[in-house]
Write a protein of this length. Structure first.
Length: 157
């Protein structure tokens, strides 16, 4: 039987990389559009494992309408300045009880007029924090007419 062989050695053609930058930029823009940056730098000890346990949990529907108030012991780097007692954090700074009224008014002003009735204030409180400070915060929220309050918690297993 005759054997047919290709006398010429075939060379593999070079890969066309002209569209590679387009693909890289599409992926870059996708991640830039879908990634959200952390808006608040936590200065108090409030991790999801430090939140109180709850038996029934309901997820917030529209997180863009939520204002957060964090309460807990200051992190180690702030203990020298603020002590070890639980502190209130509004946005990225420590605050006093009297600052809550102004904070709620400022948050309300940033929202659209139609969204204001749906605003919720979420309290993220460390589980070892005494209830007295939470009651004081609720009194300040009542003065500011922020009556929709959410308590952040972790689900009990």
């Amino acid at each position: 039987m005759a054997k047919f062989s290709d006398k010429k050695k075939r060379k593999v053609g070079a890969i066309n990389t002209s569209s590679l930058p387009d693909v890289v930029f599409m992926i870059l823009f996708f991640f830039m559009a879908t990634t959200t940056m952390r808006e608040v730098e936590l200065r108090v000890q409030v991790k999801s494992s430090d939140l109180p346990k709850a038996t029934e949990i309901k997820k917030l529907e529209k997180k863009s309408l939520v204002s957060y108030i964090y309460v807990g012991k200051p992190l180690k780097e702030y203990v020298g300045m603020y002590g070890t007692e639980p502190r209130i954090q509004l946005n990225s700074s420590f605050a006093e009880l009297s600052d809550i009224y102004e904070y709620i008014l400022a948050e309300r002003e940033m929202r659209d007029e139609a969204e204001r009735p749906f605003m919720t204030t979420s309290l993220k409180v460390h589980q070892d924090t005494k209830m007295g400070i939470v009651t004081d915060i609720k009194q300040e929220l009542r003065k500011a007419s922020a009556l929709k309050i959410n308590y952040s918690a972790r689900k009990e297993i």
